[in-house]
Design a protein around this ligand. Structure first.
Ligand SMILES: Cc1ncc(COP(=O)(O)O)c(C=O)c1O
Length: 425
């Protein structure tokens, strides 16, 4: 193919003379909590942010790096796309691969976890009878992806594995999967959540990946919340494909996720958009997907640097999980509410979920959940997630290095007021 030859030639001649960017203005010595927020984040003053899990928050110094990359693109677009972009991209790919413990050539960037799962499911080829498996707890956009993919092929179906609360143990989850595989030997792919959303349940990931392989099923992991939250070693995990956001818990600007593909699958995995490098290696294909904005991808290296310099997983997750436990207990007590019924070993280190009482003002529907969190946001300047889970509204709190216990106490007071007012009306 002539274009493959041409672009191979291009990659051999990339002659970037650029120095790497530096992360400037990071005050890493500052203690976690209010000071951390003030020094290193640009969250709106007067607002309480307890929903890091939905969209993340980018530290000021990482935002600055991204802005400098954007300026560099516009100072000399040709230099960026023909000479320097690939060098930055590879540096960031290496940093992300080191962070996730895998080989750089097996890891590429995609815009988000939704794109990552779509990429694998839609690259794969199916035959009649094949089954795509997800669960009741799967993120709905991903469930729709399974449905939409199956609709592209005659005789292929997507199936939802029923998982209801209470969940008594990790064994219970593994048994459900195993029973399904036993009675459905044509299962081609199982999409496995690392941490479910919105329910924030940590699934027994390694056990499920191994189980898939025992039954000849491809394990595609939706690890949207996993990078930076769980100690994942992608090489040891051995999933066929794994996608995870860096723009949630690794402090990277939005539109940055990783997609890790096992070497044996490289030949059939392609970006959703076919571009010049279609015939080249996995990483070169994903580097050039038309003329796109690569500045979030090349900033991943600096999100990782921020993460490591403020203390790494031990310190960040140590702080967040202690806060999550305390906040969870406090809110449960204050609202006399029910926790989500899951074993402790399956609780997310950074997010917790509490069932809210059924209230006439806020019906247990998607509209009701939106009305509830919108009211809390505009009445009290608090952003938290309120989601519909198995027919009831639930509160999901996130804990990050910029949060403090006082914020969750305030949330509990405000929620109590909303509940009492709603009951009076
Ligand atoms: C489990 C899970 N999968 C997928 C996604 C989608 O992430 P994104 O919107 O970045 O694609 C989310 C987002 O919160 C999620 O929690």
């Amino acid at each position: 193919m002539w274009q493959a030859v041409q672009w191979e030639h291009f990659f051999k001649r990339v002659t970037s003379k650029k120095q790497s960017m530096k992360l400037e203005g990071l005050n890493e010595a500052v203690e976690f909590g209010a000071k951390m927020r003030e020094e290193n984040f640009s969250l709106q003053e007067g607002e309480t942010f307890l929903n890091h899990g939905s969209y993340g928050s980018v530290p000021k110094c990482v935002q600055q790096v991204r802005l400098r990359f954007l300026e560099e693109v516009d100072r000399h677009p040709d230099d960026w796309y023909r000479r320097n972009g690939y060098k930055y991209w590879q540096e960031s790919q290496k940093a992300a691969a080191d962070f996730m413990h895998c080989e750089p050539q097996d890891l590429v960037f995609v815009q988000n976890a939704t794109t990552g799962v779509n990429t694998i499911l839609k690259s794969c080829r199916y035959k009649p009878g094949d089954i795509l498996l997800y669960t009741t707890l799967t993120y709905r956009a991903i469930a729709y992806t399974c449905d939409a993919t199956s609709e592209l092929y005659d005789g292929v179906k997507s199936v939802e594995l029923d998982i209801q609360f209470p969940i008594s143990s990790e064994d219970e989850i593994c048994e459900k999967y195993e029973d399904f595989f036993k009675s459905n030997p044509q299962t081609k792919i199982a999409v496995i959540d690392a941490i479910t959303s919105p329910s924030a349940v940590v699934m027994p990931l390694k056990r499920l990946v191994d189980l898939c392989h025992r039954y000849g099923v491809m394990a595609v992991v939706d690890g949207a919340h996993a990078p930076g939250t769980l100690p994942i070693n992608l090489t040891d995990l051995g999933a066929d494909a794994f996608t995870g956001n860096f723009h949630k818990w690794v402090y990277t600007p939005r539109s940055c996720a990783i997609l890790h593909v096992k070497r044996e699958h490289h030949s059939w995995v392609h970006p959703l958009v076919t571009s010049w490098n279609h015939a080249l290696t996995l990483d070169k294909q994903f580097f050039l997907v038309g003329t796109n904005d690569q500045t979030a991808y090349v900033s991943a290296k600096y999100g990782v640097e921020f993460y490591q310099r403020i203390g790494g997983m031990d310190k960040i997750i140590g702080y967040a999980s202690k806060l999550a436990t305390e906040a969870h207990e406090y809110i449960l007590k204050k609202l006399q509410a029910e926790p989500l019924q899951i074993p402790q070993s399956m609780e997310s280190p950074t997010m917790r979920v509490i069932r809210l009482p059924d209230l006439p003002q806020y019906p247990c529907t998607r509209e009701g959940s939106i009305a509830f969190h919108t009211d809390v946001r505009y009445k009290y300047n608090i952003q938290c997630a309120i989601e519909l889970i198995q027919g009831h509204l639930h509160l999901r709190i996130s804990c990050q290095v910029y949060n403090t216990m006082e914020e969750y106490k305030r949330l509990a007071d405000c929620l109590l007021e909303v509940i009492q007012t709603s009951r009076k009306n």
